[in-house]
Design a protein around this ligand. Structure first.
Ligand code: GDP
Length: 629
C-alpha cells in the first residue's frame, strides 16, 4: 500500500537546519542499504530519495531508526508501519524534518536505461543461445464461422498431452502437443482482441488461423481479419470450416479468398488451406501439423535462459486471491519468486499455474502462466519484464506511472494529416497507412487507386484496410496499432469509435466529395494542407423579443441560457431544432452599450450579420473555430 501525503498537510515550518557534508556520523552510508546506489548518494546534506520506498528503507537512507521515521510520519498525521511504502513527497517531508535537504532521485531513468540496455545485450547474446519455441496462434474469422468451436475441438484433440487429473482451465491461452511439439493458442478469438493488443504495443501472435465457413464464404469480418493479420505481418493459415455441411462449397470460398488477396496453395499461391469440421472433429490434426510447418518456416526462436519478458494475455481482480494475470513468456524463463514490472504495475511472482490449473515453478518461452502476487491489475497487452529486485520493480513502475501522466498531459496523435509533412521531412515516415471506409462498395476502388497513386519516392501510400459502413472501434484500433489515418467517405464514425479515436489519438477524416478526400491527402503529403479547425461552442441564447433600432432594422432581445456569447463569434440560428442560418454575431449590446461578451443568465441584444429574419423563440448558438492540435 502506498501512502501519499495530500494537499491537506499542515503548513511546514521553515527547514530547520541545512546539513553540511563531511564526516558527520549521521551522514548516510551511500552504498549500504540498496543495490540502487545512486538512490542514496548524498552530497552536502542533499539526499536523493526515490519515487517510492519503504519506511525501513527511508530510515536506512537517513541513518535513523525506523521508529524515528514512524514518529515523524505520525507528527505529520500519517500512520505507517515499518514495511509500508511511502512516496517521494512524504519521504521528503520526513527527511526535511530531520534536517536533510531533499532531491528526487534520477536513478529511475538510469535503471530504466539499464533495463533496456540489458535487453539489447541479451538480444545480441541471444543469437548463440536461441532455441526453437512453440508458435503462438490466434484464431480469427467472421462471427458464427466456428472460431470457438475450433478452439474447443483443438483443446479436446489433445487428450494425450493432458496431465493426469488436470482439467483445462480458462486462463486466456492453452497449449497442445502434437508429435512431441507444442503449440500455444490464445483463447480469445477475433481480430479485435489481436489488434487491441497490438495497439498497446504487444505482438503476441505468430500465426493467425482464419476460419471461413465453407457454406458461407468470405464475409466482412473475414476481410477485416485478413487486413488486421496482414497489417501485423503475421502469416495466415485458412481453416475451411463446416465442410461436413451439405451446402459446403470449398471452391467458391477459395475463389472468394483469391479475390480478397489470399491465394491458396491449390491455386498456385502460398497460403495453406486446411478443410476442417470443428463439429465432427475432422481435419484438426492436419491443421495442427500445418501450424507447425508454417511456424518452422518462420524460424521462431527464443532464449530460454535469463530473466523473462513477455506480455499480459488477460488479467482480473480475484476476490480472494487479489490481482491475477495470465502472462505469455516471450523470452527467458519466468520463475516463482521473480520480481516483475508490468507497465505501471510491479509485483513478485508468488505462485504460478499452467493452463491445467497445476502449480508450476517456471514458464519458458511461448508458455502461458497464470500468476499471483501483483500489486495491481495490469492490462491485457501490457508487456512485462523481470528485474533484479522488488525495489527496482517498484521504482520503474512508479516512474512509468509518472511518465504516463506527463504523456497524458501532452497527448500527441500518432499520425495526423496535419503533421504528416513534418514527419516525412524528419525522415520518420516512409509509409502512409490509410483505412478507408465508404458508404458503397463502388466508391472503394476509385478512391483506393487515387490514393495509392499519390505514392512517390519518399512515401508509399497504402490502404491497409477498406470496407463499407461506418468507422468502427475495430477500425480505430487498427489505425492505432498500424499508425494509420482513417478516411470516411459518406460515412460517419460510430460513437464508440469516436471516443476511441480521441483517446488513441487516431486521425479520422470525413468527406463527401472524392476530389476533396484525395486532394487533402495529396496536400498533406506536400505539406500544403490547411490546418484543421474544430468548432468550440461558446454558448446559447434564446430570442425573447425583437427591438426596432432603425428603419427595418431589428435587434434580437435574447437571454443567454448557457455559456457566453462573444462579439465576433460564429452563430447558428435554430428554429424548431433546424438550422435556418449560419453566420456571425455582428453586434452585442447590454442596454444601450456595446459589449464584448455576455454571460449565462443575462439579457442582451444580438444582431446577426446579414440576417434579418430572426424571430422570438429562435435559438442562437455561438461558436468559435479553433485550430486542432
Ligand atoms: P464463432 O462465432 O466463430 O465463435 O462460431 P461458433 O464456434 O460459436 O459456431 C457457430 C455455430 O456454427 C455453432 O452453432 C456451431 O455449432 C456451428 N459450427 C461450428 N463449427 C461447425 C462445423 O464444423 N460444422 C457444422 N455443421 N457446424 C459448425
Amino acid at each position: 500500500m502506498s501512502t501519499r501525503m495530500g494537499a491537506k498537510r499542515p503548513a511546514r515550518p521553515p527547514m530547520k537546519k541545512r546539513r553540511q557534508g563531511g564526516s558527520s556520523a549521521r551522514r548516510p552510508q551511500a552504498e549500504a542499504a540498496t543495490s540502487l546506489s545512486a538512490t542514496k548518494k548524498v552530497e552536502r546534506g542533499v539526499i536523493q530519495i526515490p519515487q517510492s520506498l519503504t519506511v525501513k528503507e527511508l530510515a536506512d537512507l537517513l541513518q535513523v531508526s525506523p521508529a524515528q521515521v514512524i514518529k515523524e510520519l505520525l507528527n505529520n498525521g500519517i500512520m505507517a508501519n515499518i514495511n509500508q511504502t511511502i512516496d517521494f513527497e512524504t519521504a521528503a517531508i520526513v527527511a526535511q524534518d530531520l534536517g536533510f535537504e531533499t532531491k528526487e532521485a534520477e536513478i529511475v531513468e538510469e535503471v530504466l536505461a539499464g533495463v533496456s540496455a540489458g535487453a539489447e545485450d541479451r538480444l545480441v547474446e541471444d543469437a548463440a543461445s536461441l532455441v526453437p519455441r512453440p508458435p503462438v496462434v490466434t484464431i480469427m474469422g467472421h462471427v458464427d464461422h466456428g472460431k470457438t468451436s475450433l478452439l474447443d475441438a483443438i483443446r479436446e484433440a489433445n487428450v494425450t498431452a493432458r496431465e493426469a487429473g488436470g482439467i483445462t482451465q480458462h486462463i486466456g491461452a492453452y497449449q497442445v502437443e502434437i508429435r512431441g511439439q507444442k503449440i500455444t493458442f490464445l483463447d480469445t478469438p477475433g481480430h479485435e482482441a489481436f489488434t487491441a493488443m497490438r495497439a498497446r504495443g504487444a505482438q503476441a501472435t505468430d500465426v493467425a488461423i482464419l476460419v471461413v465457413a465453407a457454406d458461407d464464404g468470405v464475409m466482412p469480418q473475414t476481410q477485416e481479419a485478413i487486413d488486421h493479420a496482414r497489417a501485423a505481418k503475421v502469416p495466415i493459415i485458412v481453416a475451411l470450416n463446416k465442410i461436413d455441411k451439405a451446402n459446403a462449397n470449398p471452391d467458391r470460398v477459395k475463389q472468394q479468398l483469391a479475390d480478397a488477396g489470399l491465394l491458396i496453395e491449390d491455386w498456385g499461391g502460398n497460403i495453406v488451406c486446411v478443410p476442417v469440421s470443428a463439429k465432427k472433429r475432422q481435419g484438426i490434426e492436419t491443421l495442427l501439423e500445418m501450424i507447425l510447418l508454417v511456424a518452422e518456416m518462420a524460424e521462431l526462436k527464443a532464449n530460454p535462459t535469463g530473466p523473462a519478458r513477455g506480455v499480459v494475455i488477460e488479467a482480473e481482480l480475484d476476490k480472494t486471491r487479489g490481482p491475477v494475470a495470465t502472462m505469455l513468456v516471450q523470452r527467458g524463463t519466468l520463475q516463482v519468486g521473480d520480481n516483475l514490472v508490468i507497465g505501471q504495475v510491479s509485483g513478485k511472482v508468488r505462485a504460478m499455474f499452467n493452463d491445467r490449473g497445476k502449480g508450476v515453478k517456471r514458464a519458458e518461452p511461448s508458455t502461458p502462466a497464470k500468476i499471483l502476487g501483483l500489486a495491481d491489475v495490469p492490462q491485457a497487452g501490457d508487456t512485462f519484464e523481470v528485474v533484479s529486485d522488488e525495489k527496482t520493480a517498484r521504482l520503474i513502475a512508479a516512474s512509468r506511472a509518472k511518465q504516463k501522466q506527463a504523456e497524458a498531459a501532452t497527448a500527441q496523435r500518432a499520425v495526423t494529416l496535419d503533421d504528416l509533412f513534418a514527419q516525412i521531412q524528419a525522415g520518420q515516415m516512409k509509409e502512409l497507412n490509410i483505412i478507408l471506409k465508404t458508404d458503397v462498395q463502388g466508391s472503394i476502388e476509385p478512391i483506393r487507386t487515387s490514393l495509392e497513386r499519390l505514392s512517390d519516392e519518399n512515401v508509399k501510400v497504402s490502404v491497409i484496410h477498406q470496407g463499407t459502413g461506418n468507422v468502427t472501434e475495430s477500425d480505430v484500433l487498427l489505425g492505432q496499432a498500424s499508425k494509420a489515418i482513417i478516411v470516411g467517405f459518406n460515412v460517419r464514425a460510430e460513437p464508440g469509435a469516436r471516443k476511441a479515436a480521441e483517446t488513441g489519438g487516431v486521425d479520422v477524416r470525413h468527406y463527401d466529395v472524392i476530389y476533396n478526400l484525395v486532394d487533402d491527402v495529396k496536400k498533406a503529403l506536400q505539406g500544403m494542407l490547411e490546418p484543421k479547425y474544430v468548432e468550440v461552442i461558446d454558448g446559447r441564447a434564446e430570442v425573447r423579443q425583437l427591438f426596432k433600432i432603425g428603419k427595418g432594422e431589428f435587434i434580437a432581445g435574447s437571454a443567454v441560457t448557457d455559456g457566453k456569447i462573444t462579439r465576433g463569434d460564429f452563430a447558428r440560428i435554430y428554429r424548431d431544432d433546424k438550422i435556418i442560418h449560419d453566420g456571425k454575431v455582428a453586434s452585442l449590446r447590454r442596454f444601450k452599450d456595446d459589449v464584448k461578451e455576455v454571460a449565462t443568465g443575462y439579457e442582451c441584444g444580438i444582431s446577426i450579420e446579414g440576417f434579418g429574419e430572426i424571430q422570438p423563440g429562435d435559438i442562437i448558438e455561438a461558436y468559435r473555430k479553433e485550430r486542432a492540435s
